[in-house]
Design a protein around this ligand. Structure first.
Ligand code: ADP
Ligand code: MG
Length: 366
């Protein structure tokens, strides 16, 4: 439904050409919910505006619904009004002097999308219904809360029956509770309507929750793409691992032994077993482990204590997070963050034994 091939774009800033996108390629299937995730300035909005036709790339090709809308070499260009899309922004961009109903109806009545009067009324009613706005339909949009305003903006976009819905940080202005509600609505909606969705955000949790597939952007390119659990469980690089989650990293680990059941790595003179995987002896890796996955071994000398992947550390400090603690522990691998329900009163002061379970260790390229 959406295809980008080798799309580059630079902007002039202070008389210098600064690249914003460096050869972005992307393929989004019909009905798919795709999320571009990245820090501010990495090129998310530029990518979205290129799909919308609000920005013209320097190189590459763009197709929507099988139709080429931009081809640098052939000089093809199809303007935004001829593309089968609707867009929703972080600022709701509603017309303040209009009612909810008028805001939804207005784009339907004008331009190339001009629809018959009955058709407009039917689509507006349907959109109102979809977002449970029917009762407030004749209120001015300025009388609404932020969450309701964004629902109007979404209703307005969907009333256009777009094949593609483009959303630029649509939930970022909402407070946490409303954001969660609207995420659920958005997810449900995409399932029900089958509209292809492309959403950009800097919020990891939002991306994980909404996406069928996430593309992680850094410095104007997509550095990894996959289903949320694939990215979470197998980040390809330190950047992806630390961006998605606060992962502990053990750098410069070398694979010192290996067989089909797993490998053994050595870092800072300590050995650790890895779970099954393809690791060749002699290679150097970065190993990650999440704070939740580090186990505090309260009584390392008891018979039931785990025997492998133990490391002794010195607790630096403890933070109560409500229900569990964050301990920072100095170990031969460096400072490790440990999140555990076990409080500091349960282990002797000055020393703590940790286990880094083999099946919880995530390996990535150094
Ligand atoms: P994001 O949405 O991920 O925060 P953007 O796509 O808005 O990132 O911006 C990517 C880069 O391109 C940034 O360095 C930004 O300053 C630059 N940029 C974007 N739009 C323009 C513009 N119209 N003029 C100049 N520079 C721009
Ligand atoms: Mg942006």
């Amino acid at each position: 439904m959406i295809e980008l091939e080798g799309v580059s774009k630079s902007f002039v800033q202070d008389r210098n050409r600064v690249p914003a996108l460096r050869g972005v390629s992307l393929s989004i299937g019909k009905g798919e919910f795709y999320v571009l995730l990245g820090a501010s300035g990495c090129g998310k909005t530029t990518t979205l505006r290129i799909v919308a036709g609000l920005e013209r790339p320097d190189t590459g090709t763009v197709s929507i619904d099988g139709r080429q809308v931009f081809d640098h070499t052939a000089g093809t260009w199809v303007g935004p009004e001829e593309r089968p899309q609707a867009m929703v922004f972080q600022s709701y961009a509603l017309w303040p002097h209009m009612t909810i109903r008028q805001n939804i109806a207005f784009p339907l009545r004008r331009g190339v999308r001009r629809a018959a009067k009955d058709e407009v009324a039917a689509r507006v009613d349907e959109a109102l219904e979809l977002f449970r706005l029917t009762e407030q339909a004749d209120r001015r949009v300025t009388q609404l809360s932020g969450g309701q305003q964004q629902r109007v903006a979404l209703a307005r976009a969907l009333a256009l029956r777009p094949k593609v819905l483009l959303m630029d940080e649509p939930l970022s202005n909402l407070d946490a509770g409303l954001r969660m509600d609207l995420r659920l609505e958005l997810k449900e909606l995409s399932r029900r309507t089958g509209i292809t969705c492309l959403l950009v955000t800097h919020d990891q949790e939002e991306a994980m929750m909404l996406a069928d597939r996430v593309g992680i952007m850094q410095g104007g390119g997509i550095v990894q793409e996959g289903a949320p659990d694939e990215l979470y469980n197998a980040p390809a690089s330190e950047f992806v691992a630390t961006f998605l989650d606060h992962m502990n990293l053990i750098r410069s680990a070398s694979v010192t032994a290996g067989d089909t059941d797993g490998a053994e790595i050595t870092a800072s003179g300590q050995r650790l077993r890895l779970g099954p995987g393809d690791h060749r002896v002699g290679t150097t890796l970065t190993v990650g482990i999440r704070p939740d996955d580090v186990v505090i071994v309260v009584d390392p000398l008891s018979g039931s204590a785990p025997a492998t992947n133990l490391v002794t550390g010195r607790p630096i400090d403890h933070h109560y997070l409500g229900g569990h603690f964050l301990h920072r522990v100095e170990t031969p691998f460096g400072l490790l963050n440990v999140r555990s329900p076990i409080g500091p009163d349960r282990f002797a002061s000055g020393t703590v034994c940790l286990q880094l379970p083999a099946e919880r260790l995530i390996t990535m390229a150094s």
